[in-house]
Design a protein around this ligand. Structure first.
Ligand SMILES: *Cc1c(COP(=O)(O)O)cnc(C)c1O
Length: 381
Protein backbone atom coordinates (compact mmCIF):
# COMPACT_ATOMS: atom_id res chain seq x y z
CA UNK A 1 0.00 0.00 0.00
CA UNK A 2 1.29 3.46 -0.88
CA UNK A 3 0.47 6.02 1.82
CA UNK A 4 -0.30 9.74 1.46
CA UNK A 5 3.43 10.56 1.36
CA UNK A 6 3.96 8.10 -1.47
CA UNK A 7 5.74 5.57 0.72
CA UNK A 8 5.37 1.95 -0.45
CA UNK A 9 4.88 -0.68 2.24
CA UNK A 10 7.64 -3.29 2.21
CA UNK A 11 7.11 -6.53 0.29
CA UNK A 12 7.07 -9.32 2.88
CA UNK A 13 9.00 -12.33 1.55
CA UNK A 14 8.45 -14.09 4.86
CA UNK A 15 6.42 -17.00 6.27
CA UNK A 16 3.77 -14.53 7.53
CA UNK A 17 2.32 -12.11 8.25
CA UNK A 18 2.34 -11.42 4.53
CA UNK A 19 1.72 -8.71 2.00
CA UNK A 20 -2.06 -8.28 1.61
CA UNK A 21 -4.12 -6.66 -1.13
CA UNK A 22 -5.36 -3.09 -0.91
CA UNK A 23 -8.95 -4.36 -0.90
CA UNK A 24 -8.25 -6.63 2.09
CA UNK A 25 -6.77 -3.67 3.98
CA UNK A 26 -9.63 -1.36 2.98
CA UNK A 27 -12.26 -3.82 4.16
CA UNK A 28 -11.21 -3.04 7.75
CA UNK A 29 -12.04 0.68 7.66
CA UNK A 30 -15.28 0.32 9.62
CA UNK A 31 -16.59 -0.39 13.09
CA UNK A 32 -18.85 -3.31 13.87
CA UNK A 33 -20.46 -4.50 17.07
CA UNK A 34 -19.88 -8.18 17.79
CA UNK A 35 -23.67 -8.72 17.94
CA UNK A 36 -24.18 -6.88 14.67
CA UNK A 37 -26.23 -9.04 12.28
CA UNK A 38 -23.94 -8.01 9.42
CA UNK A 39 -20.87 -9.28 11.24
CA UNK A 40 -22.57 -12.53 12.24
CA UNK A 41 -23.45 -13.14 8.59
CA UNK A 42 -19.85 -12.51 7.53
CA UNK A 43 -18.59 -14.90 10.21
CA UNK A 44 -21.02 -17.61 9.12
CA UNK A 45 -20.01 -17.22 5.48
CA UNK A 46 -16.31 -17.36 6.39
CA UNK A 47 -16.83 -20.60 8.33
CA UNK A 48 -18.70 -22.20 5.44
CA UNK A 49 -16.14 -21.12 2.84
CA UNK A 50 -13.31 -22.65 4.85
CA UNK A 51 -15.08 -26.01 5.01
CA UNK A 52 -15.49 -25.86 1.22
CA UNK A 53 -11.70 -25.46 0.80
CA UNK A 54 -11.26 -29.05 2.03
CA UNK A 55 -14.50 -30.27 0.36
CA UNK A 56 -15.76 -31.06 3.86
CA UNK A 57 -19.41 -29.98 3.52
CA UNK A 58 -21.65 -31.92 5.89
CA UNK A 59 -18.74 -33.64 7.64
CA UNK A 60 -16.59 -30.76 8.93
CA UNK A 61 -17.19 -27.52 10.77
CA UNK A 62 -14.93 -24.48 11.17
CA UNK A 63 -14.16 -23.53 14.75
CA UNK A 64 -12.47 -20.11 14.68
CA UNK A 65 -10.02 -19.29 17.48
CA UNK A 66 -8.86 -15.79 18.37
CA UNK A 67 -5.09 -15.42 18.23
CA UNK A 68 -2.23 -16.47 15.99
CA UNK A 69 -1.88 -19.88 14.37
CA UNK A 70 -0.27 -21.45 17.42
CA UNK A 71 -3.41 -20.71 19.45
CA UNK A 72 -5.36 -22.84 16.97
CA UNK A 73 -2.79 -25.66 17.15
CA UNK A 74 -2.82 -25.61 20.95
CA UNK A 75 -6.63 -25.57 20.96
CA UNK A 76 -6.70 -28.50 18.52
CA UNK A 77 -4.33 -30.62 20.62
CA UNK A 78 -5.91 -29.71 23.96
CA UNK A 79 -9.43 -30.39 22.68
CA UNK A 80 -8.90 -33.54 20.62
CA UNK A 81 -6.23 -35.28 22.71
CA UNK A 82 -7.95 -36.01 26.00
CA UNK A 83 -6.20 -36.47 29.36
CA UNK A 84 -6.20 -40.27 28.86
CA UNK A 85 -5.08 -40.18 25.21
CA UNK A 86 -1.56 -40.18 23.80
CA UNK A 87 -0.30 -38.16 20.84
CA UNK A 88 2.50 -39.24 18.52
CA UNK A 89 4.08 -36.11 17.02
CA UNK A 90 6.05 -36.32 13.76
CA UNK A 91 8.88 -33.80 14.03
CA UNK A 92 11.08 -32.47 11.24
CA UNK A 93 11.25 -28.83 12.25
CA UNK A 94 10.35 -26.17 14.79
CA UNK A 95 6.59 -26.48 14.36
CA UNK A 96 6.60 -30.18 15.18
CA UNK A 97 8.73 -29.39 18.22
CA UNK A 98 6.24 -26.72 19.23
CA UNK A 99 3.44 -29.31 19.28
CA UNK A 100 5.52 -31.42 21.68
CA UNK A 101 5.97 -28.37 23.90
CA UNK A 102 2.22 -27.72 23.79
CA UNK A 103 1.69 -31.29 25.07
CA UNK A 104 4.15 -30.76 27.89
CA UNK A 105 2.46 -27.53 28.98
CA UNK A 106 -1.05 -28.96 28.56
CA UNK A 107 0.04 -32.16 30.35
CA UNK A 108 -0.89 -34.46 27.49
CA UNK A 109 0.86 -37.81 27.07
CA UNK A 110 2.97 -37.76 23.96
CA UNK A 111 5.88 -39.27 22.07
CA UNK A 112 7.86 -37.89 19.16
CA UNK A 113 9.36 -39.41 16.03
CA UNK A 114 12.10 -37.16 14.68
CA UNK A 115 13.82 -36.59 11.34
CA UNK A 116 16.44 -34.09 10.24
CA UNK A 117 15.00 -30.77 9.04
CA UNK A 118 15.89 -31.51 5.42
CA UNK A 119 14.16 -34.92 5.45
CA UNK A 120 10.41 -35.52 4.99
CA UNK A 121 8.65 -37.60 7.65
CA UNK A 122 8.58 -41.29 6.70
CA UNK A 123 5.17 -43.06 6.76
CA UNK A 124 6.82 -46.50 7.08
CA UNK A 125 8.44 -45.48 10.37
CA UNK A 126 5.14 -44.03 11.56
CA UNK A 127 3.53 -47.40 10.87
CA UNK A 128 6.19 -49.18 12.96
CA UNK A 129 5.87 -46.72 15.84
CA UNK A 130 2.09 -47.17 15.91
CA UNK A 131 2.43 -50.95 15.90
CA UNK A 132 4.91 -50.75 18.78
CA UNK A 133 2.91 -48.47 21.10
CA UNK A 134 -0.79 -49.35 21.47
CA UNK A 135 -1.26 -46.45 23.91
CA UNK A 136 -1.02 -43.96 21.05
CA UNK A 137 -4.49 -42.71 20.10
CA UNK A 138 -3.63 -39.73 17.86
CA UNK A 139 -0.90 -38.62 15.45
CA UNK A 140 0.04 -35.02 14.64
CA UNK A 141 1.87 -33.92 11.49
CA UNK A 142 2.85 -30.60 9.89
CA UNK A 143 1.85 -30.38 6.21
CA UNK A 144 4.50 -27.90 5.05
CA UNK A 145 7.25 -27.55 7.69
CA UNK A 146 7.88 -23.82 7.39
CA UNK A 147 11.18 -24.20 9.24
CA UNK A 148 12.79 -25.52 6.04
CA UNK A 149 9.93 -25.23 3.50
CA UNK A 150 9.69 -29.02 3.12
CA UNK A 151 6.47 -30.71 2.04
CA UNK A 152 5.58 -33.73 4.18
CA UNK A 153 3.77 -36.73 2.59
CA UNK A 154 0.47 -36.01 4.33
CA UNK A 155 -1.72 -38.38 2.28
CA UNK A 156 0.63 -41.32 2.91
CA UNK A 157 0.85 -40.54 6.63
CA UNK A 158 -2.95 -40.28 6.80
CA UNK A 159 -3.29 -43.72 5.20
CA UNK A 160 -1.01 -45.35 7.74
CA UNK A 161 -2.76 -43.61 10.64
CA UNK A 162 -6.24 -44.58 9.44
CA UNK A 163 -5.17 -48.18 8.71
CA UNK A 164 -3.95 -48.54 12.30
CA UNK A 165 -7.19 -47.12 13.72
CA UNK A 166 -5.62 -43.93 15.09
CA UNK A 167 -6.82 -40.34 14.56
CA UNK A 168 -4.88 -37.66 12.68
CA UNK A 169 -4.41 -33.97 13.55
CA UNK A 170 -2.79 -31.69 10.97
CA UNK A 171 -0.95 -28.39 11.29
CA UNK A 172 -1.46 -27.09 7.73
CA UNK A 173 -0.77 -23.49 8.70
CA UNK A 174 1.55 -22.54 5.84
CA UNK A 175 -0.04 -24.82 3.20
CA UNK A 176 -3.77 -24.26 3.68
CA UNK A 177 -5.35 -22.61 0.66
CA UNK A 178 -2.34 -23.17 -1.62
CA UNK A 179 -1.66 -26.91 -1.41
CA UNK A 180 -4.68 -29.11 -1.91
CA UNK A 181 -6.18 -31.03 1.01
CA UNK A 182 -9.33 -32.98 0.13
CA UNK A 183 -11.09 -34.40 3.18
CA UNK A 184 -12.79 -36.95 0.92
CA UNK A 185 -9.41 -38.45 0.03
CA UNK A 186 -7.24 -37.78 3.10
CA UNK A 187 -8.66 -38.95 6.43
CA UNK A 188 -8.11 -36.66 9.43
CA UNK A 189 -10.06 -35.39 12.44
CA UNK A 190 -8.83 -31.80 12.45
CA UNK A 191 -6.67 -29.36 10.54
CA UNK A 192 -5.43 -26.05 11.93
CA UNK A 193 -4.48 -22.94 9.97
CA UNK A 194 -4.64 -19.16 10.29
CA UNK A 195 -5.85 -15.98 8.62
CA UNK A 196 -2.48 -14.55 7.68
CA UNK A 197 -0.82 -17.17 5.50
CA UNK A 198 -1.94 -18.50 2.08
CA UNK A 199 -5.45 -17.05 2.31
CA UNK A 200 -3.71 -13.64 2.50
CA UNK A 201 -5.72 -12.08 5.31
CA UNK A 202 -4.30 -10.12 8.24
CA UNK A 203 -3.07 -11.79 11.47
CA UNK A 204 -5.40 -12.31 14.42
CA UNK A 205 -7.49 -15.41 13.74
CA UNK A 206 -6.65 -19.08 13.82
CA UNK A 207 -9.17 -21.77 12.90
CA UNK A 208 -9.53 -25.51 13.16
CA UNK A 209 -11.58 -27.46 10.64
CA UNK A 210 -12.99 -30.28 12.75
CA UNK A 211 -14.67 -33.54 11.76
CA UNK A 212 -18.06 -33.05 13.42
CA UNK A 213 -18.49 -36.59 14.76
CA UNK A 214 -15.01 -36.44 16.35
CA UNK A 215 -15.54 -32.94 17.77
CA UNK A 216 -18.81 -34.09 19.36
CA UNK A 217 -16.81 -36.49 21.56
CA UNK A 218 -14.43 -33.86 22.94
CA UNK A 219 -16.64 -32.23 25.55
CA UNK A 220 -14.69 -31.60 28.74
CA UNK A 221 -11.30 -32.46 27.23
CA UNK A 222 -9.82 -28.99 26.92
CA UNK A 223 -6.98 -27.95 29.22
CA UNK A 224 -7.84 -24.24 28.95
CA UNK A 225 -11.15 -22.40 28.93
CA UNK A 226 -10.28 -19.99 26.13
CA UNK A 227 -8.83 -22.77 23.93
CA UNK A 228 -11.80 -25.12 24.23
CA UNK A 229 -12.89 -25.80 20.65
CA UNK A 230 -15.91 -27.80 21.77
CA UNK A 231 -17.27 -24.93 23.83
CA UNK A 232 -16.37 -22.32 21.19
CA UNK A 233 -18.22 -24.40 18.59
CA UNK A 234 -21.32 -24.90 20.74
CA UNK A 235 -21.66 -21.21 21.54
CA UNK A 236 -21.05 -20.00 17.98
CA UNK A 237 -23.52 -22.56 16.59
CA UNK A 238 -26.21 -21.65 19.13
CA UNK A 239 -25.87 -17.88 19.25
CA UNK A 240 -23.73 -16.80 16.29
CA UNK A 241 -21.59 -15.07 18.95
CA UNK A 242 -18.05 -15.64 20.13
CA UNK A 243 -17.54 -16.40 23.81
CA UNK A 244 -14.95 -13.63 24.07
CA UNK A 245 -14.27 -10.54 21.95
CA UNK A 246 -13.69 -11.62 18.35
CA UNK A 247 -11.04 -9.89 16.19
CA UNK A 248 -13.81 -8.42 14.06
CA UNK A 249 -11.68 -6.40 11.64
CA UNK A 250 -9.50 -9.40 11.04
CA UNK A 251 -12.52 -11.62 10.36
CA UNK A 252 -14.04 -9.12 7.93
CA UNK A 253 -10.68 -8.82 6.15
CA UNK A 254 -10.42 -12.62 6.12
CA UNK A 255 -13.82 -12.89 4.47
CA UNK A 256 -12.65 -10.43 1.80
CA UNK A 257 -9.45 -12.46 1.42
CA UNK A 258 -11.58 -15.61 0.95
CA UNK A 259 -13.47 -13.85 -1.89
CA UNK A 260 -10.15 -12.97 -3.53
CA UNK A 261 -8.92 -16.55 -3.04
CA UNK A 262 -12.04 -17.84 -4.83
CA UNK A 263 -11.68 -15.23 -7.60
CA UNK A 264 -8.11 -16.41 -8.20
CA UNK A 265 -9.40 -19.95 -8.78
CA UNK A 266 -9.29 -21.30 -5.24
CA UNK A 267 -6.50 -23.66 -4.21
CA UNK A 268 -5.29 -24.46 -7.77
CA UNK A 269 -5.18 -20.77 -8.71
CA UNK A 270 -3.46 -19.62 -5.54
CA UNK A 271 -1.07 -22.57 -5.56
CA UNK A 272 -0.28 -21.93 -9.22
CA UNK A 273 0.80 -18.34 -8.56
CA UNK A 274 2.95 -19.46 -5.63
CA UNK A 275 4.56 -22.24 -7.68
CA UNK A 276 5.41 -19.69 -10.34
CA UNK A 277 6.84 -17.30 -7.70
CA UNK A 278 8.86 -20.16 -6.24
CA UNK A 279 10.26 -21.23 -9.61
CA UNK A 280 11.29 -17.66 -10.52
CA UNK A 281 12.91 -17.25 -7.11
CA UNK A 282 14.86 -20.51 -7.18
CA UNK A 283 16.03 -20.13 -10.80
CA UNK A 284 17.09 -16.52 -10.20
CA UNK A 285 18.89 -17.23 -6.94
CA UNK A 286 20.69 -20.25 -8.45
CA UNK A 287 21.82 -18.04 -11.33
CA UNK A 288 23.48 -15.85 -8.68
CA UNK A 289 25.21 -18.90 -7.18
CA UNK A 290 22.89 -19.47 -4.19
CA UNK A 291 21.98 -23.03 -3.24
CA UNK A 292 18.70 -24.31 -1.88
CA UNK A 293 18.69 -26.54 1.18
CA UNK A 294 16.14 -28.88 -0.38
CA UNK A 295 16.12 -30.74 -3.68
CA UNK A 296 13.24 -29.50 -5.86
CA UNK A 297 11.06 -32.58 -5.33
CA UNK A 298 10.86 -31.92 -1.55
CA UNK A 299 10.34 -28.17 -1.86
CA UNK A 300 6.86 -26.78 -1.13
CA UNK A 301 6.06 -23.55 -3.05
CA UNK A 302 5.77 -21.62 0.22
CA UNK A 303 9.18 -20.61 1.53
CA UNK A 304 12.67 -21.47 0.28
CA UNK A 305 15.70 -22.05 2.50
CA UNK A 306 19.08 -21.03 1.06
CA UNK A 307 22.49 -21.97 2.40
CA UNK A 308 24.51 -19.06 3.74
CA UNK A 309 27.13 -18.01 1.15
CA UNK A 310 30.76 -18.70 2.05
CA UNK A 311 32.11 -15.42 0.58
CA UNK A 312 33.67 -13.54 3.54
CA UNK A 313 32.11 -10.29 2.30
CA UNK A 314 28.63 -11.75 2.77
CA UNK A 315 27.20 -10.64 6.11
CA UNK A 316 23.57 -11.67 6.54
CA UNK A 317 22.54 -8.62 8.58
CA UNK A 318 24.06 -6.31 5.98
CA UNK A 319 22.34 -8.25 3.17
CA UNK A 320 19.05 -8.06 5.07
CA UNK A 321 19.36 -4.31 5.77
CA UNK A 322 20.24 -3.45 2.18
CA UNK A 323 17.26 -5.47 0.88
CA UNK A 324 15.06 -3.82 3.49
CA UNK A 325 16.19 -0.40 2.26
CA UNK A 326 14.92 -1.53 -1.16
CA UNK A 327 11.57 -2.48 0.42
CA UNK A 328 12.05 -6.26 0.56
CA UNK A 329 11.83 -8.13 3.88
CA UNK A 330 13.41 -11.59 4.01
CA UNK A 331 13.69 -14.02 6.92
CA UNK A 332 16.55 -15.49 8.93
CA UNK A 333 17.07 -19.25 9.01
CA UNK A 334 15.74 -21.40 11.83
CA UNK A 335 17.66 -24.60 11.07
CA UNK A 336 19.98 -26.64 13.21
CA UNK A 337 21.33 -28.64 10.23
CA UNK A 338 22.76 -25.69 8.27
CA UNK A 339 23.52 -21.98 8.43
CA UNK A 340 20.80 -20.53 6.24
CA UNK A 341 18.24 -17.85 5.47
CA UNK A 342 14.72 -18.03 4.03
CA UNK A 343 12.74 -16.26 1.33
CA UNK A 344 8.99 -16.65 1.10
CA UNK A 345 6.97 -16.84 -2.10
CA UNK A 346 3.50 -16.42 -0.58
CA UNK A 347 1.32 -13.34 -0.03
CA UNK A 348 0.03 -10.82 -2.56
CA UNK A 349 3.13 -11.07 -4.75
CA UNK A 350 3.59 -12.13 -8.35
CA UNK A 351 6.29 -12.43 -10.94
CA UNK A 352 6.82 -8.65 -11.12
CA UNK A 353 7.74 -8.52 -7.43
CA UNK A 354 9.82 -11.72 -7.57
CA UNK A 355 11.81 -10.39 -10.52
CA UNK A 356 12.25 -6.99 -8.83
CA UNK A 357 13.47 -8.86 -5.76
CA UNK A 358 16.06 -10.79 -7.77
CA UNK A 359 17.46 -7.64 -9.32
CA UNK A 360 17.63 -6.09 -5.83
CA UNK A 361 19.63 -9.14 -4.66
CA UNK A 362 22.03 -8.76 -7.61
CA UNK A 363 22.49 -5.03 -6.83
CA UNK A 364 23.08 -5.70 -3.15
CA UNK A 365 25.66 -8.39 -3.92
CA UNK A 366 27.57 -5.90 -6.08
CA UNK A 367 27.46 -3.30 -3.32
CA UNK A 368 28.72 -5.85 -0.80
CA UNK A 369 31.39 -7.06 -3.19
CA UNK A 370 30.07 -10.62 -3.12
CA UNK A 371 30.73 -12.40 -6.40
CA UNK A 372 28.71 -15.57 -5.78
CA UNK A 373 26.05 -16.86 -3.42
CA UNK A 374 27.74 -20.30 -3.32
CA UNK A 375 27.90 -21.96 0.07
CA UNK A 376 30.79 -23.73 1.81
CA UNK A 377 29.29 -27.02 0.62
CA UNK A 378 29.67 -26.05 -3.06
CA UNK A 379 33.07 -24.46 -2.50
CA UNK A 380 34.32 -27.71 -0.92
CA UNK A 381 33.39 -29.82 -3.96
C1 LIG B 1 3.11 -19.98 10.93
C2 LIG B 1 2.99 -21.36 11.41
C3 LIG B 1 2.39 -21.68 12.65
C4 LIG B 1 1.81 -20.66 13.59
O1 LIG B 1 2.63 -19.62 13.88
P1 LIG B 1 2.03 -18.33 14.61
O2 LIG B 1 3.25 -17.46 14.74
O3 LIG B 1 1.47 -18.73 15.91
O4 LIG B 1 0.98 -17.76 13.71
C5 LIG B 1 2.26 -23.01 12.99
N1 LIG B 1 2.72 -23.97 12.19
C6 LIG B 1 3.29 -23.73 11.00
C7 LIG B 1 3.73 -24.87 10.15
C8 LIG B 1 3.45 -22.41 10.57
O5 LIG B 1 4.02 -22.15 9.38
Amino acid sequence: MVDARGTQDPWLLTPGPLTTSMTVKQSMLHDWGSRDAGFIAVNTRMRERLVAVIAGEGQFTTVPMQGSGSFAVEAMIGTFVGPKDKLLILVNGAYGKRMAKICTVAKRQHATLEWAEDMPVDPALVKLALARDPAITHVAVVHCETTSGILNPLAEVAEVVAASGRRLLVDAMSAFGAIGLDSGKVVFDAVAASSNKCIEGVPGLGFVLCRIDALQKTEGNAHALVLDLFDQWQVIEKTGQYRFTPPIHCIVAFDQAMSEHAAEGGVPGRGGRYRNNCRILIEGMRALGFETLLPDHLQAPIIVTFHMPVDPNFKFQDFYDRLRARNFVIYPGKLTVADSFRIGCIGRLGQTEMKAFLSAVADVMKEMNVTSGASARKAAE
